[in-house]
Design a protein around this ligand. Structure first.
Ligand code: BV8
Length: 231
């Protein structure tokens, strides 16, 4: 039975009210990426970075999954083959929609870690630079999020899935951030059928054999329904 690998980006959470990054009035038009999403920015001003992620954590906690998150959870449950979900998003809306296995390649808002001893624990609602690590006591706690210039999580696992997939679908991503933006190239090289579901054409649209354009809450449930009606 066909194995499906899905990559999601900020666009799948847009209709849940969580801002995307590069659309008009996106996050990176309001905040300087270098200051809040790089290790250098964190080193320079940890309080500013904690404030940025405390705000995004509060927004994510107040948001609800939308029909696109629900549809992917349904696909994972009802598809007779393997469904692997890789997300660039750090919110937990896939999980709250009932998705069982989510690979968060850019980390998670709801997780914290220690930059000194690498301990991991559930993030409190508000993190502060003055919070000592619960394990080693160092003042080096940080959000468990992959910043620019840092190595994304689970790359070996993701590469393995990409070599085995029959279908690769990309949902709600502009295809500007690597290595995630390179996944469609690998899927194509492996002969997988590639599908893009996005509000508008992305940087990589030409790489996809099949494209659906529109809001994720509409086109993703339609795509899942079509898949399940002819497994
Ligand atoms: C790495 C966590 C090495 C933070 C993120 C030059 C200099 C320095 C670095 C680089 C360079 N060139 C390339 C790099 C590497 C760099 C990179 O790619 N930079 C880009 C900006 C050029 N990448 C890295 O540094 C990565 N690490 O390369 O390490 C390595 C590589 C491979 C193997 C080993 C080692 C680390 C990148 C991770 C950074 N952290 N997130 C946070 O979230 O705060 S990435 C950040 O961008 C977000 O997490 C986001 O998820 C991600 C991707 O953005 P999108 O999800 O695509 O969001 P965007 O707004 O761009 O697009 C939204 C899309 O949705 C649009 O297309 C829109 O049309 C659509 N949409 C909107 N509404 C809807 C919709 N679609 C459907 N329905 C709707 N309603």
């Amino acid at each position: 039975m066909k194995k499906i690998v899905i990559l999601t980006g900020a666009g799948i959470s847009a209709e849940s009210g969580l801002g995307t990054f590069r659309d008009k009035d996106g996050v990176w038009s309001q905040y300087d990426l270098e200051e809040v999403a790089t290790p250098e920015g964190f080193f320079r001003n940890p309080e500013k970075v904690h404030h940025f992620y405390n705000m995004r954590r509060a927004n994510a906690m107040a948001a609800q999954p939308n029909a696109a998150h629900d549809a992917l959870a349904r696909l994972e449950r009802d598809w007779p083959g393997q469904v692997i979900l890789v997300t660039q998003n750090i919110d937990d809306l896939h999980e709250r929609a009932g998705h069982q296995r989510v690979i968060h390649m850019h980390g998670e808002l709801m997780e914290a870690k220690c930059a000194a001893c690498d301990a991991h624990w559930p993030a409190p609602e508000r993190m502060r630079a003055s919070d000592p690590c619960p394990e080693c006591g160092e003042l080096s706690t940080r959000p468990d999020i992959v910043w620019f210039g840092e190595i994304p999580y689970d790359m070996d696992l993701i590469e393995k899935h990409l070599t085995q997939c029959d279908v690769f679908a990309s949902v709600g991503t502009s295809g500007q951030v690597y290595p995630a933006a390179g996944f469609v190239l690998q899927a194509n090289a492996m002969g997988a059928h590639t599908v893009e579901l996005n509000l508008e054409p992305s940087e990589l649209s030409g790489m996809f054999e099949e494209r659906h354009e529109g809001p994720a809450s509409e086109i993703v449930p339609d795509w899942v329904e079509a898949l399940l009606s002819r497994p």
